[in-house]
Design a protein around this ligand. Structure first.
Ligand SMILES: Nc1ncnc2c1ncn2[C@@H]1O[C@H](COP(=O)(O)OP(=O)(O)O)[C@@H](O)[C@H]1O
Ligand SMILES: [Mg+2]
Length: 280
């Protein structure tokens, strides 16, 4: 698709989703009748390189299903996913494997996601080990550098993950996600389990990393508290569809859709976060 590659708007786009659908078939308890859950029901999205798109919506609106489709943990029922000008759904296994390192997903609960018996350093370098990259010594050096970049002291490298606080574990999860030099980070409720002050510290870390590494973020949340500080664009999801989309400041100040208004109203101090500093 020549037009895809030549238009300047498209050249700045890292990820584009077109008409994405994911339907689940379910059965009611003790019933033979199947019914279809349209978890993602025709989503179009685009994220420009080096920017953050916040995907917001109440629980059950389809955000995680969309995220799982993007990293191919789920097969979409229909639609297209274009990453850096390539249709992810049409790639060979080998091509897909190479691209999968570029797109990393970070979940909500780092305690559950990280093996508590592994040391901090083992957790960070595991993706390198799995991909067979570098020598043991190179991986160690790289792991220590990554720990430092996310604000963790290298003398904590041999500590088991279980001894870290929630915020520190999420920093570890970020360091691990960065190990394969991704370009797109998908953060699915990644900060939702943390206190607001710890969330704010990690938002600041994400902003620093975005500048230093040119990262692109898809920041998924049901909680708009810090969205204004992190996001450039916002898309609001309800029942599998995008119901509103705008620049983050515009959408937080002038929400149009009833669902967006409800999400904004649920955060009493949202205005405070749309301008100025994040509270310590
Ligand atoms: N594996 C699955 N099988 C059947 N239904 C599912 C599955 N995963 C999610 N769903 C349904 O899809 C809808 C969207 O869920 P989800 O993507 O987790 O939403 P969110 O992340 O916004 O809370 C919900 O109705 C949920 O029950
Ligand atoms: Mg979810």
């Amino acid at each position: 698709m020549a037009a895809e590659q030549t238009s300047p708007e498209v050249a700045s786009t890292l990820l584009r989703v077109k008409g994405l659908r994911k339907f689940y078939e379910q059965r009611r308890w003790l019933s033979r009748r199947r019914f279809v859950v349209p978890a993602v029901d025709g989503v179009d999205l685009a994220i420009a390189r080096g920017t953050t798109l916040a995907l917001v919506g109440e629980s059950g609106s389809g955000k995680s299903t969309l995220a799982r489709c993007l990293v191919r943990l789920e097969e979409p029922t229909a639609g297209e996913i274009w990453y850096d000008g390539k249709n992810l759904l049409l790639l060979s296994r080998a091509e897909l494997r190479a691209i999968q390192a570029h797109i990393q997903l970070i979940f909500q609960d780092p305690a559950a996601a990280l093996n508590p018996r592994l040391t901090a350093l083992e957790i960070v370098v595991e993706p390198l080990l799995v991909q067979g990259r570098g020598t043991r010594r190179e991986r160690r050096e790289r792991g220590l550098a990554l720990m430092e970049q996310v604000g963790l002291l290298s003398q904590w490298a041999e500590r088991p993950a279980a001894e870290f606080s929630g915020g520190q574990r999420q920093r570890l999860a970020i360091a691990r996600a960065l190990a394969l030099e991704p370009r797109l980070l998908i953060l699915d409720e990644a900060l939702s389990a943390l206190d607001l002050s710890v969330q704010a510290q990690i938002v600041n870390l994400l902003l620093e990393l975005q500048v230093s590494r040119g990262l692109t973020y898809l920041y998924i949340t049901h909680d708009l508290s810090l969205v204004g500080h992190l996001a450039d664009e916002m898309a609001v999801m309800q029942r599998g569809r995008i119901v509103e989309r705008a620049s983050a400041p515009e959408l937080l100040r002038h929400p149009q859709h009833a669902h967006t208004r409800a999400l904004v109203a649920a955060v009493p101090r949202v205005e405070a976060f749309t301008s100025g500093q994040v509270a310590p």
